[in-house]
Design a protein around this ligand. Structure first.
Ligand code: BG6
Length: 490
C-alpha cells in the first residue's frame, strides 16, 4: 500500500520549519513508508520544482549537517504541489482529483495535515468531506489537526462536531507537539518501567509538583495572534495540562491509545474546579514590560504573557498535593521542567538550620533544552562534622545516548501514519481541558481577576509569584539549565 501525506497550508511557517524537515529526516533514516508522496496544498501558485526549491533552502537551515544535496534530491522526488484554496469547494475537489491521479487510482493510505489558519479548519473539513476525501474505500484516511483546537469550550465542541461529521474519531489526530518530545515520553518510562518511583509518587511522599515552561523569547512577529490568545490558551490548555496529565495519571494496562488516553482523561476529570475566591487566590497573571509595544498588540492590552495556576487533583493519589503550573514569555531562560518536590523527613536528628531543613528531596525532570533527570538528596560534607549539603544524581540524555534527540514532529508524523494515536489528544480530553481553562479566562475578565502584574523581561515572571509561593511555605525551583558539557550549547 502506498502513502500520501497532504499538507494543507503548505506555504506556512510550520511546513518549512517543522513538517518537511521532520519528513526529510525520517526519509534519511529510512523510516518513511515507501512509496510515499508528500503533497503541499496552498493558495500560492507554484510549480512542483519551485515548491521543492523553496523547501530545500528551509530544510538546509533546519536540518543542519543532516542535510546533503544527494539525500535531499532523493527525498524531493516525492514532493508535489497543488495550488488551491481550502475554503473553496471547487479547489478541494481539484485536490482530490490531483491526489487520485497521483496515486494512479490505486489504493493508498492518506494523512491530511491541517496546518492552515485555525479559522479555516471547519470549512476545510467540510470541503474535504464534500469532496469525498474521508471515505476509506481506497485506503485509510486520517487527519491531523494542529493547535489551537478551538479557542474555548464552545468553539472546541463545534469543531469536534464538524470534524465528526466528516471523519470518525479514529481518523482524527489532534496534535500537541509536547507529547512528541522524547523527554515527555520518557516520563512514562520513568514512572511505569521502573519500580522505585511509583511507591513514592503520591500524597504520602510528595509535597507538591511544579511544572514550568519558561520561554526566553517574546511574542515577536506573532503579536496579533498572541494578543487574542494569551498564555492560558497558547500554553496551558494544551502543553501544560498535557505535562500535568502525564505526571499525575495512573498506569494504563497497556501502551495503547485508548487506554493511555482514558487515564489522562481521568486526571482532567479529577482537577478541582476553581470557584469564587479561588481565582484571585490560586491564579496569578503577568505581562512582560514592553509587551504593549510589540507589533500587533493592542495599546491597552490586558493579555497575560505569564500565568501561574495552583491546581488540585481530587483523587486518592494526589489529595492535598498542589500542582503549580507556570509558563511565560520573556523569562530568565528557556526551560521546561517538572519538579517533584518530596516532603522533608518526618524527624531530623541532625542540627541543621530551618532553611536547610526545607530542602527535602527533589526529582527534577528536565524536559528541554538540557534533557535529563536529577535526583536531589542530602549528603554529609566530608570533614565538617555533621554538616549536610544538597547534592544530586545527574542523568543527561546526551551523555548516555549519542544520537541527537529528534524533534517532536518526526515521532508524531510517523505515529499518525502508522495509526498510533497514543500521543494525540482525544475529543473528550480537549474539551475537558477547555473546561478547566475557560472559567479562569472568564474570571480574569471580571472583578474577581487577580491584578495583571508587569514583570521585567528576563526574570522569572511576576515578582508577586515568588512571595505568593513563599507564603505557602514553598519556593520555586528557579534554576536555568546548565549546559557545561552539552555539545553545541553554552
Ligand atoms: C507553541 C506556542 O504551541 O509552543 C508558542 O504557540 C510556544 O507560543 C511554543 O513558543 C513552545 O514550544 P517549544 O517546543 O519551543 O517549547
Amino acid at each position: 500500500m502506498s502513502h500520501s501525506v497532504v499538507i494543507v497550508g503548505a506555504s506556512g511557517d510550520l511546513t518549512s520549519r517543522k513538517l518537511i524537515p521532520a519528513l526529510y529526516l525520517l526519509h534519511r533514516k529510512g523510516r518513511l513508508p515507501s512509496p510515499c508522496r508528500i503533497v503541499g496544498f496552498s493558495r500560492s501558485s507554484l510549480s512542483h520544482d519551485e515548491f521543492r526549491n523553496q523547501l530545500a533552502e528551509a530544510v538546509g537551515r533546519h536540518a543542519g549537517d543532516q542535510f546533503t544535496t544527494e539525500a535531499w534530491q532523493a527525498f524531493a522526488q516525492q514532493l508535489f504541489y497543488c495550488a488551491g484554496d481550502i475554503a473553496q469547494p471547487a479547489d478541494v475537489a481539484r485536490l482530490q482529483q490531483f491526489l487520485t491521479d497521483l496515486e494512479d487510482k490505486a489504493n493508498a493510505s492518506r494523512l491530511y495535515y491541517l496546518s492552515t489558519l485555525p479559522s479555516l479548519y471547519e470549512q476545510a473539513l467540510q470541503n474535504m468531506g464534500a469532496a469525498g476525501m474521508s471515505h476509506e474505500e481506497n485506503g485509510i484516511r486520517r487527519v491531523v489537526i494542529e493547535k489551537p483546537f478551538g479557542s474555548d469550550l464552545p468553539t472546541a465542541k463545534r469543531l469536534n462536531g464538524v470534524a465528526h461529521q466528516v471523519f470518525s474519531e479514529q481518523q482524527i489526530y489532534r496534535i500537541d507537539h509536547y507529547l512528541g518530545k522524547e523527554t515527555v515520553q520518557n516520563l512514562l518510562v520513568l514512572r511505569f518501567a521502573n519500580s522505585i518511583f511509583e511507591p513514592v509518587w503520591n500524597r504520602n511522599y510528595v509535597d507538591h509538583v511544579q511544572i514550568t515552561v519558561a520561554e526566553e523569547v517574546r511574542v515577536g512577529r506573532r503579536g496579533a495572534y498572541y494578543d487574542q490568545s494569551g498564555v492560558l490558551r497558547d500554553m496551558f490548555q494544551n502543553h501544560l495540562l498535557q505535562l500535568m496529565m502525564i505526571t499525575a495519571m495512573e498506569c494504563p494496562a497497556r501502551y495503547e491509545a485508548g487506554l493511555v488516553r482514558d487515564e489522562k482523561v481521568k486526571v482532567l476529570q479529577a482537577i478541582r474546579p476553581l470557584r469564587g475566591a479561588d481565582f484571585a487566590r490560586d491564579t496569578l497573571r503577568g505581562q512582560y514590560a514592553g509587551y504593549l509595544k510589540e507589533e500587533g498588540v493592542a495599546a491597552n492590552s490586558q493579555t497575560a504573557t505569564c500565568a501561574v495556576l495552583k491546581l488540585h487533583v481530587d483523587n486518592w493519589r494526589w489529595q492535598g498535593v498542589p500542582f503549580y503550573l507556570r509558563s511565560g514569555k520573556a523569562m530568565s531562560c528557556r526551560t521546561t521542567q517538572i519538579v517533584i518536590q518530596f516532603r522533608p523527613p518526618p524527624h531530623l536528628m541532625f542540627d541543621v538550620n530551618a532553611r536547610r531543613e526545607m530542602e527535602a528531596n527533589r526529582l527534577v525532570l528536565q524536559i528541554q533544552p538540557a534533557e535529563g533527570i536529577q535526583l536531589h538528596f542530602q549528603t554529609k560534607v566530608p570533614d565538617q562534622g555533621m554538616r549536610l549539603r544538597m547534592t544530586d544524581l545527574d542523568f543527561r540524555f546526551h551523555r548516555e545516548y549519542t544520537e541527537p534527540i529528534p524533534d517532536s514532529y518526526q515521532r508524531l508524523l510517523l505515529d499518525a501514519m502508522n495509526g498510533d494515536a497514543s500521543l494525540f489528544a482525544r475529543n473528550d480530553e480537549v474539551e475537558l481541558a477547555w473546561g478547566i481553562i475557560d472559567p479562569i479566562l472568564a474570571a480574569w475578565n471580571s472583578p474577581a481577576a487577580p491584578p495583571l502584574e508587569i514583570y521585567p523581561a528576563g526574570e522569572w515572571g511576576p515578582e508577586g509569584a515568588a512571595a505568593w509561593i513563599r507564603q505557602q511555605g514553598r519556593d520555586w525551583f528557579d534554576v536555568c539549565p546548565v549546559f557545561h558539557d552539552v555539545p553545541g550549547q553554552t
